[in-house]
Design a protein around this ligand. Structure first.
Ligand code: ADP
Ligand code: MG
Length: 303
């Protein structure tokens, strides 16, 4: 197991930022930590990266405990903090040399060249960090986080503030890096998780409210599922209503219907209905409920 988080609670003064959080991340997973502002995402990431201690609970990375063996943990973890704090007065290479020095990396020049290539910084490599666009600063942040070749990469809101083009480029870069590393990134944007991650842990007010594959989360609705179906000839809507498990039917045209069900996947039932009534199904498609709606349902304030 790459990351193991057991019963983590973090209290700041009187405020409980994390409330008994537990989860495990397998090597190679790309996990999105999703939650509204103030949910506890940054706090969780700072604990895993040994920047702050939890109030109680245990975290280990590749079997190394964050308290007892924090040096071993830091060797294996790369961290891109929220807002990517960088020394804007330093030149890109100068900054990376500084970071490489902290990690006592051998062949510094060689490694920096490699990192510049991996993160696509070639054109901007001789500039001062302060002169770079936000997208390129993010690349410097990634180079910094990856320079010691960690197994795990933790990124706190890595795409916030990027324009749409930069966003796509950084997402692609993250996906590329994710082929070789375990990744955990936080975001309050649901599409981000759908675009990059294969698993989402949704947290709200310091508690986990969902933890599943992005695929399953998209389908995990309040129980509702909608499908659109087109038959080869007109069908009486009441006949369709007689299909088992159907809640509601909307007539789009004589032959096209939108069918809503509370009973999970009803595509097979619809198909059997067609066969029984001598109809052909010209098309049938499932309207996937976005992870966005699931997120809203799970984290809507109950006040
Ligand atoms: P997120 O990253 O999901 O927006 P944070 O982990 O930053 O959430 O914060 C979780 C909660 O803990 C928030 O209510 C925040 O105000 C509080 N918090 C975070 N850091 C501190 C701190 N250093 N001192 C006091 N409260 C804090
Ligand atoms: Mg945060």
């Amino acid at each position: 197991m790459s990351i193991v988080v057991e019963n983590i609670t973090k209290i700041y003064g009187k405020q409980k930022a994390l409330d008994d959080i537990s989860f495990e991340v397998k090597a190679g997973e790309i996990v999105g930590l999703l939650g509204p502002n103030g949910a506890g995402k940054s706090t969780m990431m700072k604990i895993i990266t040994c920047f702050i201690p939890p109030t109680s609970g245990i975290v280990s990375v590749y079997g190394f405990d964050i308290f007892e063996q924090s040096l071993e943990v830091r060797k294996r973890v790369g961290y891109l903090p929220e807002n990517n704090p960088l020394y804007t007065d330093l030149y890109v290479k100068e900054y990376l040399e500084f970071i490489a020095g902290i990690y006592k990396i051998p062949n510094i020049k060689e490694r920096i060249k490699e990192m510049i290539a991996i993160t696509g910084l070639e054109v901007e490599q001789n500039k001062k960090i302060g002169a770079l666009s936000k997208g390129f600063r993010q690349r410097v942040g990634l180079a910094q986080a990856l320079i010691h070749d960690p197994d795990v990469l933790i990124m706190d809101e890595p795409t916030s503030g990027l324009d749409p083009n930069q966003l796509i480029e950084i997402r692609n870069l993250i996906r590329q890096i994710g082929k070789e590393k375990t990744i955990m990134l936080s975001t309050h944007i649901m599409q981000e998780v759908e675009a990059i991650c294969n698993r989402a842990i949704i947290i709200d007010k310091g508690k986990i409210v969902a933890d599943d594959s992005t695929e399953k989360l998209s389908l995990k609705t309040s129980g509702y599922q909608t499908i659109s179906v087109e038959f080869n000839k007109p069908v009486n809507i009441d006949l369709i209503r007689s299909i088992n498990g159907i809640n509601d039917v909307l007539k789009k045209s004589d032959t096209i219907f939108e069918i809503q069900s509370e009973a999970g996947d009803i595509r097979e039932a619809v198909f059997q209905f067609a066969v029984k009534n001598d109809l052909a199904v010209l098309s049938m498609q499932q309207d996937k409920q976005g992870i966005e709606q699931v997120f809203q349902q799970l984290t809507k304030s109950d006040s």
